[in-house]
Design a protein around this ligand. Structure first.
Ligand code: 5SP
Ligand code: CO
Length: 215
């Protein structure tokens, strides 16, 4: 299991320092919110670009923006390694995912808790990663929605049946209690925001999640 600390719960006034505090995690999850797709505003490509020289982690950019096609080039140039786009945020998911790959970045499709796996079935051969939201997007610190776990299992089964290689990521409400559930369901990457940055020792929290996932 790869742990992806979400800087949404970090101290924004100390972002560079906060990123250094979780450098034991292989991924860094960066939540991009536009105030339209979700009722919150966060970072743009300039923040990704500013952090890039300070980390060698995989920059996992989760775009919660309407019409993400407008911003792919900017995030790719800023140093994103993975760009995730919501199926609910675009009328042209196939085109956007292709655009991400053409930019030399790993492509991820994201589904909200209310969206079934069937909605992304056609694009699974195109993606490097699928993100199953385990909370409704917009804010950190929400409770894990256990009804989303069956979608992780369904995706793991589909991947096996179709001989595909995409990784499965989960995002929202991941903590010491829920990490085992998502691991058992087949997730490869777990995002954790408040559980990691809500502590005085974020690196210890990352290590704890990894250990619990290993069983
Ligand atoms: O995308 C989002 C929220 O929309 C997440 O990445 C959150 O940042 C996760 O926060 P926690 O639920 O782990 O506190
Ligand atoms: Co996220």
């Amino acid at each position: 299991m790869k742990i992806a600390p979400s800087i949404l719960s970090a101290d924004f006034a100390e972002l560079k320092t906060e990123v250094k505090r979780v450098e034991n995690a292989p991924y860094l999850h960066i939540d991009i919110m536009d105030g339209q797709f979700v009722d919150n505003l966060t970072f743009g490509p300039n923040v990704v670009k500013a952090l890039r020289p300070h980390s060698s982690q995989v920059f996992d950019c989760h775009l919660m923006v309407i019409n993400p096609e407008k911003y792919i080039k900017a995030f790719a140039q800023a140093g994103a390694d993975i760009i995730g786009v919501h199926i609910e945020a675009t009328a042209h998911i196939h085109r956007v995912l292709s655009q991400i790959k053409q930019a030399g970045v790993k492509a991820e499709v994201v589904i909200n808790p209310g969206t079934p796996v069937a909605a992304i079935k056609e694009v699974l051969p195109l993606v490097d990663q699928v993100l199953v939201m385990t909370v409704d997007p917009g804010f950190g610190g929400q409770a894990f929605l256990s009804e989303t776990v069956s979608k992780v299992k369904e995706l793991a089964q589909l991947r096996l049946q179709a001989g595909l290689q995409f990784e499965i990521e989960v995002d929202g409400g991941v903590n010491a209690d829920t990490i085992k559930t998502v691991t058992a369901a087949g997730a490869d990457v777990a995002v954790a925001g408040s559980f990691v940055f809500g502590s005085d020792d974020p690196a210890k929290q990352v290590a704890l999640l990894k250990e619990l996932a290993q069983g």
